[in-house]
Design a protein around this ligand. Structure first.
Ligand code: BTN
Length: 269
């Protein structure tokens, strides 16, 4: 935990942990120089005991990051990789609103990235962030086993890990902030900006006004495009008609409009 021996100093993330805690909504920070996966560590903490949330698990080097499904998450040195353990049953985050959490986290990262590089981003439902047509951030939301009331939100952002050092198969599909900005970014500043956007946006979940929904819709990369959604149990193909008020992806198929609450989307146009 913050202040413990886990806080070895590190060029990027060590020195400013106190500032991150003082200037953001997280109350506890666990920092590791190296960790296989911040989501695995956050799930482990949640399953062992009841830690005080909101807790941030942060590492300077993630060696076995996980993506959705069986995907791995590439994160070279200079990437920002962290997980938040959130109290899911806080009044503003009842279970019926969890599908909106993914989109809201994606939206918050979109806004943080726009602030950092001053360029427009798009949100690929449910929560991938795209910059110049390439993926700059992935988000993995997980529910700990045996632990009611907590959620893990894992976020990986390509910051100073240039796509030039990515594995060959990713080189044309990923991008980093440094590729766009032409400079290195301070990871501490980027993290603080993302955390503050997250708390602002999460606090709007469940509110009656349309601010959040308008923001998702305006950035939706899939609207009007031919999509294929793998729902696990079945497949849905059609034209994306946007995102509804609950955060479901609307897909117009020959059998009518399908509402997809979770799934993996590929573009088919
Ligand atoms: C995806 O796009 O499939 C989701 C990628 C999520 C990656 C982040 S990096 C921090 C956290 N720890 C993990 O092991 N995964 C998430």
């Amino acid at each position: 935990m913050s202040g413990s021996k886990d806080h070895h100093r590190n060029d990027f993330l060590g020195p400013d942990l106190e500032r991150i805690r003082a200037e953001t909504f997280v109350t506890q920070i666990e920092f590791h120089d190296e960790l296989p996966s911040t989501n695995d560590r956050a799930l482990e903490l949640a399953e062992k005991r009841a830690p005080l949330a909101p807790l941030l698990v942060l590492t300077a080097a993630q060696t076995a990051g996980r993506g959705r499904g069986s995907n791995r998450w590439w994160a070279d040195g200079g990437a920002l990789t962290f997980s938040l353990l959130l109290q899911a049953e806080a009044p503003q985050l009842p279970q019926r609103d969890w599908p909106q959490l993914s989109l809201t986290a994606g939206l918050a990262v979109c806004e943080a990235v726009e602030e950092l590089v001053e360029q427009a981003t798009l949100l690929k439902w449910p929560n991938d962030v795209y910059l110049r047509g390439r993926k700059v951030c992935g988000i993995l939301v997980e529910v700990p086993r045996n632990q009611q009331g907590l959620l893990v939100v894992g976020i990986g952002i390509n910051v100073n890990n240039s796509s030039r050092s990515a594995p060959a198969e990713l080189q044309n599909t990923v991008i980093a902030l440094c590729d766009v900005g032409g400079r290195q970014f301070a990871l501490n500043d980027a993290l603080r900006i993302v955390l503050n956007r997250l708390s602002q946006r999460i606090s709007l979940i469940g509110k009656r006004d349309d601010e959040l929904r308008d923001c998702w819709r305006r950035r939706c990369l899939l609207t009007g495009r031919a999509v294929h959604v793998d729902l696990g149990v079945r497949q849905v193909s059609g034209i994306c008609r946007g995102i509804d008020d609950q955060g479901a992806l609307l897909v117009h198929t020959k059998h009518g409009t399908e509402r997809c609450f979770a799934g993996v989307v590929t573009l088919s146009d």
